[in-house]
Design a protein around this ligand. Structure first.
Ligand code: ADP
Ligand code: MG
Length: 242
């Protein structure tokens, strides 16, 4: 159920790297319960948005309020504690731990009161949720791309987030795997999480998102329903690189 209550609100969010304004005064509200698509051409600032909101990169300017709490400038562990989890565009599991250990580890970090046994039980739950239970004892390097992407999801979910930031989880998957992932993302939302979804696979964007926003050169240039926004002339020009 999408409510009008903002779970995340950013105002004037900016991030500069040497010579590049990766995010330029972005104002955005993410509503509790929605799947928000974050689109834009390569280099438009999508991953930077995820990195800043999850506290992995310090912001250069702006304000960030999550669930009524001012978290401007908070580091990654505080964003995680508050209920924000993210996946990486390129999966980053702990390479020397099994799939099960990777997920247990996050479950334990996410909830200080979980002992190792409870964290393992929790991790099994997320392996079953993502269909990885048969690979529990494998090492990340032994997984195929589809499984690595789903491990990335299981790790994000094990932190029991209220907001999940997904960075191109479908890229490189086959059409059948994409269908499976679309179902999985629906189930994540049905469990009560709010989702920001960076994706180029338009079929998935159309199937999943309640609303999309489009970035270009770090600026938010359009927002609304996917079918309408993708016809916006400024959005079309941005994608064509004009
Ligand atoms: P997108 O995910 O939309 O493809 P990014 O957020 O990765 O775009 O990048 C936006 C801009 O910021 C690009 O010009 C990119 O080169 C730059 N950028 C991103 N991360 C860094 C970084 N760690 N250091 C320097 N520049 C970066
Ligand atoms: Mg990116």
């Amino acid at each position: 159920v999408v409510t009008s209550r903002p779970l995340l609100e950013v105002r004037g969010l900016s991030k500069a790297f040497k010579g590049v304004q990766a995010l330029d005064k972005v104002n955005l509200q993410v509503r509790q319960g929605e799947i928000l698509g974050l689109l834009g051409p390569n280099g438009s600032g999508k991953s930077t948005f995820i990195n800043v909101v999850s506290g992995h990169y310090p912001l250069s300017a702006g304000e960030l309020v999550f669930d009524g709490q001012v978290l401007t400038g908070a580091p990654a562990h505080r964003m995680a504690q508050a209920g924000i989890a993210r996946t990486y565009q390129i999966p980053r599991p702990f390479k020397h731990m099994t799939v099960l250990e990777n997920v247990s580890m996050v479950a334990m970090f996410g909830c200080a009161s979980l002992d190792a046994q409870a964290a393992t039980r929790e991790a099994w739950k997320w392996l079953e949720f993502t269909g990885l239970q048969d690979r529990a004892n494998a090492l990340p390097d032994d997984l195929n791309l589809h499984q690595r992407k789903f491990l990335e999801l299981a790790r994000a979910l094990a932190a029991r987030p209220r907001l999940v930031l997904l960075d191109e989880v479908l890229s490189g998957l086959t059409p059948g795997e994409i269908n499976e992932a679309i179902e999985l993302i629906r189930r994540i939302r049905d469990q009560g999480a709010t989702i920001v979804f960076v994706e180029h696979v338009m079929r998935a964007v159309m199937a999943l998102t309640d609303r999309i926003v489009v970035l270009n050169h770090g600026k938010l240039i359009a927002q609304g329903q996917a079918t309408e926004v993708m016809q916006d002339s400024e959005v079309v020009s941005a994608y064509l690189g004009r």
